[in-house]
Design a protein around this ligand. Structure first.
Ligand code: ADP
Length: 320
């Protein structure tokens, strides 16, 4: 193998830069050249591609976002768009592709392999942690820490004013961010899309807490489960409690990646290169119980990452 391409696609996540750095440096270590593809599949189609060297990835391990930038490309979903990208595979003499992104990006990569037979290895990079085959995706830990920081701050004002706070967090259809941040932040209630929520029960719990002398309550709502604003309106209506809603939005996705995310990204990016060099294709690299693994991409895409009920139950017991 002489030359591979690397791109980041879909939503950005903190730690993607550490993954790009690992891909570039591990490839160069093995004498393999790397072409950086900008703006995900858009840049792949439009030939926004250039060689990367050791210096291209200097000083980025601590930076959030992605130096290759990312995009969503409707054109790549169509055969004509992928045909244009395949011209650039020839033009830049690529023999393999590392795709850093979420499941949508992986679907694109798999489809591209089926049509043009260029080996692809995928690296899970999404704050949502909704990809099976890995305990964590790159960016999840940073996002959870961002949410916990916000909970800490909101807790100060919640205590002072004796208020109920609802914090709506990201995660698309997944409750992973809400669950992890809720447990780490000591939230009274966690609402996730995987389990149905009952506003009456939430209100009962709030009332019991206040009767026992709780000064404040923090409710974490995953965006895929309910609208924080709507839930706040209902709780206020049913309990009369002063209920404030904070929607954290994109600040969850920003900032310097945690050490955990940098280590994860470094290990996964490096392994992706190893797999391509050893002739593998249609794999996703992941980390399971501390070990780096390679999973079949097709199986990953047909699976669903289940929520860890032990964590949910523990959070419920500890927040009584
Ligand atoms: P993520 O990778 O974060 O899940 P998206 O779902 O938006 O983000 O996917 C990113 C990009 O991957 C899309 O804009 C599109 O270019 C490509 N893609 C997604 N699904 C497919 C598909 N079924 N076939 C081809 N390309 C796809």
């Amino acid at each position: 193998m002489q030359r591979i391409g690397v791109l980041t696609s879909g939503g950005d996540s903190p730690g993607m830069n550490a993954a790009i750095r690992a891909v570039v440096r591990k490839a160069i270590y093995h004498g393999v050249e790397v072409i950086g593809i900008k703006h995900g599949y858009t840049g792949f189609i439009e030939a926004e591609m250039a060689p990367m060297n050791l210096g291209s990835v200097a000083d980025i391990i601590h930076r959030g976002g992605t130096i290759l930038q990312t995009a969503r490309s409707e054109e790549f979903k169509a055969p004509q768009g992928r045909a244009r990208a395949s011209q650039n595979v020839k033009r830049f003499r690529l023999q393999g592709l590392v795709i850093i992104g979420g499941d949508g990006s992986f679907r694109g990569g798999l489809q591209f392999y089926r049509e043009y037979k260029i080996p692809v290895v995928c690296v899970p990079g999404t704050i949502d942690n909704d990809i099976p085959g890995t305990d964590c995706s790159i960016g999840f830990d940073t996002a959870v820490n961002n949410v916990v920081d916000a909970i800490n701050k909101i807790r100060d004002t919640a205590t002072s004013h004796e208020r109920t706070f609802i914090i709506e967090v990201m995660g698309r259809e997944s409750g992973y961010i809400a669950l992890a941040a809720g447990l780490a932040g000591g939230a009274e209630t966690i609402v996730i899309p995987e389990l149905s929520a009952n506003v009456e029960e939430i209100c009962d719990k709030l009332c019991r807490g206040y009767k026992r002398g709780k000064l404040h309550s923090i409710i974490i709502v995953a965006e895929g489960a309910a609208s924080g604003l709507e839930m706040g309106r209902q709780i206020k209506e049913k309990t009369g409690f002063d209920t404030k809603v904070t929607i954290l939005g994109h600040l969850q996705r920003g900032g310097t990646p945690t050490a955990y995310d940098r280590i994860l990204a470094s290990r996964l990016g490096a392994e992706a290169v190893e797999l391509l060099i050893s002739g593998e294709t249609c794999k996703m690299v992941g980390m399971v119980s501390g070990k780096i693994v390679a999973e079949n991409l097709e199986e990953i895409l047909s699976g669903k990452k289940e929520i860890d009920m032990d964590i949910y139950n523990l959070a419920a017991i500890l927040s009584i």
